[in-house]
Design a protein around this ligand. Structure first.
Ligand code: HEM
Length: 309
């Protein structure tokens, strides 16, 4: 039987590895707020009855971030970037999508995430993770490999506006006839994917991502296409470390527009808990154990920061 990992244990591990900044997120602590809207299209209606795809503009609060609990992590760090979206649907209903810029995740179970977080804990003598512990982690957790390789082979983006973001988990689209289709989604930047060169990785300062997004939004709307891959029989449903075959049918179901960006302190995205299980009718979670674990883990972090802890 699989041992259950408690969400507060994982948040405690994040705290021991990254330290605690009172009142702030235990993960993805460094981030930038943004606002805009989403317009879905009718092509999605075959698969989902979600009000996201009514064709009418849906207001969005967004937060872009770097992974980890270090508020001073440099913007050149080869770790995931995040894009979290809160959609305000008619009738006050909310829908969340909380994504990363990697097509797969680095853990097939909460246990792997916990073990990775503990392995990354800085050695007190060097201030860096102990290479032996990292090696032991990698050797014993092959489910971490795909994301680690992606991050090693793909430099971070030059701007939050020049990155794709992936839902990573498989979700259920449910249509008016109650038919379920398994999907995965990606937000593809209309500005194009642009990564830091190896040279820029060495010479860029630690804090360019926020200002790049603010400046870009000042010039005009920043857009992403939401593209959904339609699952086929046998596609992995409950494992976010396994990619689906490239050949899957892809449908453009909407456009996200960001109109303004601003530092997170005191701004609209700061107090939101982007719990990925906040979903409105028409989209539902699978049994992916990582997806289901995120909700209680985010609640622990959210409760602490609300309490100024
Ligand atoms: C076991 C797996 C995971 C754990 C334990 C975990 C934990 C956390 C925690 C504690 C936070 C801070 C919550 C808050 O205080 O508001 C967070 C934020 C975040 N996580 Fe995860 N996470 C996991 C997996 C994932 C996955 C698979 C994705 C993407 C598909 C993801 C994307 C994000 C993003 C984008 C944020 C920042 C949200 C924001 O801007 O507020 N995480 N995570």
């Amino acid at each position: 039987a699989e041992t259950q990992v408690a969400p507060d244990r994982v948040v405690a591990a994040l705290e021991s590895t990254f330290g605690v900044t009172p009142g702030e997120r235990r993960n993805h602590i460094k981030g930038t707020c943004a606002t805009g809207e989403f317009v879905g299209n009718k092509d999605a209606a075959r698969y989902t009855r979600s009000a996201l795809f009514s064709g009418k503009p849906v207001p969005v609060i967004a937060r872009f971030s770097l992974a980890g609990g270090n508020p001073k992590v440099p913007d050149t760090a080869k770790n995931p970037r995040g894009m979290a979206l809160e959609f305000k649907l008619p009738g006050g209903r909310l829908h969340h999508m909380t994504m990363l810029n990697t097509p797969v995740f680095g853990a097939a179970s909460p246990q792997t995430f916990l073990d990775l977080t503990l392995a990354m804990r800085p050695d007190p003598t060097t201030g860096k993770p102990d290479p032996e512990k990292m090696k032991a982690f990698k050797d014993s957790h092959p489910d971490n490999l795909a994301q680690t390789q992606f991050l090693a082979n793909n430099n971070p983006p030059v701007s939050y506006a020049n990155s794709s973001y992936f839902g990573i988990h498989t979700f259920k689209f449910i249509n008016r006839k109650n038919k379920t289709t398994l999907v995965r989604w990606q937000f593809v930047p209309q500005d194009g994917e642009k990564r830091l060169s190896d040279e820029a990785l060495k010479t860029s300062g630690p804090n360019f991502l926020e200002q790049a997004l603010i400046s870009r939004a000042e010039q005009g709307p920043v857009r992403w296409d939401m593209v959904v891959s339609i699952g086929e029989a046998g596609d992995p449903e409950n494992d976010p470390t396994l990619a689906w075959p490239e050949a899957r049918n892809k449908v453009k179901v909407g456009t996200l527009t960001i109109n303004a960006a601003m530092p997170q302190k005191g701004a609209v995205c700061e107090p939101i808990n982007f719990d990925p299980l906040v979903m409105a009718d028409g989209i539902a979670p699978t049994d992916d154990p990582v997806l289901l674990f995120r909700s209680p883990a985010y609640a622990v972090s959210f409760a602490k920061r609300l309490g100024k802890l």
